[in-house]
Design a protein around this ligand. Structure first.
Ligand SMILES: CC(C)(COP(=O)(O)OP(=O)(O)OC[C@H]1O[C@@H](n2cnc3c(N)ncnc32)[C@H](O)[C@@H]1OP(=O)(O)O)[C@@H](O)C(=O)NCCC(=O)NCCS
Length: 380
């Protein structure tokens, strides 16, 4: 027996789904593909979200699934109202019964969600999928048997993988664990570091090397041989083409665009002319910005939303506009730095760290080396 099957809320949800199915069966034929199928889908979705939530890696993740279950439940109630309004059921006993059941179920779901959010009852654990040899649909199975730890399934929506044949020289252990959503496609061989998460509809091509603790948001495409460092966050709809390299701690905002050929023509093959674009440690690329190929974006540079970068960008530079122009400096913590004081020093309002232009166009942090990771706490 799996963990969710033990939950009272699961039992209630299944019984509620039965009721909804009974109502759906009584609807006129004309509603078979409308209200009836929608009601069945939403009712099933309640139970599925409870089951899937019980396999979550973290409490907030489970809470999200429970919220989705509640949403589906509200949807079923709305269908019941519509059914009533259209007088589809002469006898409303079933509707009343379903309504009462929905109240009970939603109270349970809300209480459970609250409890999960108050945590910490469930902590992140090593993801494992252990198949229970018994099937719950086997009438001979003894459902009363207590569940063993080995029968607890911690995940279903995430695929746990092992890095396959990482290209040489890249530090990705074969034993690295990472997460890939089932809708994502990972071509092999490629190296993916521990704790990296690849979300819905991503495509990672052969020879790609991705470091540890990265996040690839929905619909991210990574072309052959692209190299990505550790702790890189790539937001939805970003494509990284061959020739692009992202160092550690880079942030790519949603729908920002990289390019790899300066003068593409459909009729002319320029595969051998891919230009290199390097985004150095800690840089941020704002949403919808475009990086024309062949440039280097300096450490902790900040490219504003929608900017078009056509030249190399110095460390810490704040770049805005089309074409992007430097309008100031940004601190390592992402704050625009005010005008310098008499000694040429600018102070980050968050960290208190001092920055100074040590020569024209070259900014340095006086309190923390550019290549050092941030200290554990940001307080000085
Ligand atoms: C650049 C940025 C950090 C703001 O910097 P800021 O110095 O605090 O900017 P302010 O909001 O004070 O605006 C200052 C001026 O810059 C302009 N400006 C701000 N962002 C701009 C941008 N991306 N492009 C062009 N001009 C911009 C403002 O219009 C304003 O001009 P004005 O004084 O003529 O009205 C921010 O606008 C930005 O682009 N952030 C990136 C957000 C993002 O992409 N996030 C991705 C994850 S969701």
């Amino acid at each position: 027996m799996h963990k969710f099957e033990k939950l009272e809320v699961w039992q209630l949800a299944v019984e509620y789904a039965d009721l909804c199915y009974t109502i759906a069966e009584k609807l006129p034929k004309s509603e078979e593909y409308n209200l009836a199928s929608q009601l069945r889908r939403a009712a099933i979705s309640i139970a599925l979200n409870i089951a899937e939530g019980s396999t979550s890696q973290t409490d907030p993740e489970q809470a999200r699934f429970l919220a989705m279950a509640i949403r589906s439940l509200i949807e079923t109630v709305a269908y019941q109202h519509l059914i009533h309004r259209r007088n589809y059921l002469a006898d409303t006993t079933l509707l009343r019964e379903a309504y009462q059941a929905s109240e009970k179920l939603v109270a349970k779901l809300q209480a459970m969600r609250q409890k999960v959010l108050e945590g910490p009852t469930l902590q992140e654990v090593g993801a494992e999928y252990i198949v229970d040899p018994r099937t719950p649909f086997d009438v001979t199975a003894n459902d009363q048997q207590p569940m063993t730890n080995n029968q607890i399934v911690r995940r279903s929506s995430l695929v746990v993988g092992q890095a396959k044949d990482p290209p040489s020289s890249f530090v990705v252990g074969r034993s690295s664990k990472y997460f890939v959503h089932p809708t994502a496609v990972i071509d092999e061989p490629c190296g993916i570091g521990a704790d990296t998460k690849t979300w819905h509809f991503c495509h990672v091509m052969r020879g790609v090397r991705i470091g540890e603790r990265c996040i690839l948001g929905q619909n991210v495409f990574i072309a052959n041989d692209v190299v990505i460092g550790n702790n890189v966050k790539i937001q939805n709809n970003v494509s990284l083409y061959t020739g692009v390299e992202l160092e550690d701690d880079v942030f790519c905002g949603p729908s920002c665009v990289f390019t790899n050929v300066s003068n593409p023509r459909s009729q002319i093959v320029r595969h051998h002319l891919y230009e290199r674009t390097l985004v150095r440690r800690g840089a941020t690329i704002g949403a919808n910005a475009t990086i024309v190929c062949g440039v280097t974006i300096g450490r902790y540079a900040f490219i504003g939303a929608g900017a078009v970068v056509t030249h190399d960008v110095p460390d810490y530079a704040l770049m805005l506009g089309v074409p992007a122009r430097q309008v100031g400096w940004t601190s390592r913590h992402g704050h625009r730095l005010d005008d310098p004081d008499g000694d040429g020093v600018m102070i980050c309002p968050e960290s208190g760290w001092r920055y100074k232009e040590v020569e024209p166009g070259v900014l340095r942090c006086l309190d923390w080396p550019e290549d050092e990771p941030l200290p554990e706490t940001k307080e000085r």
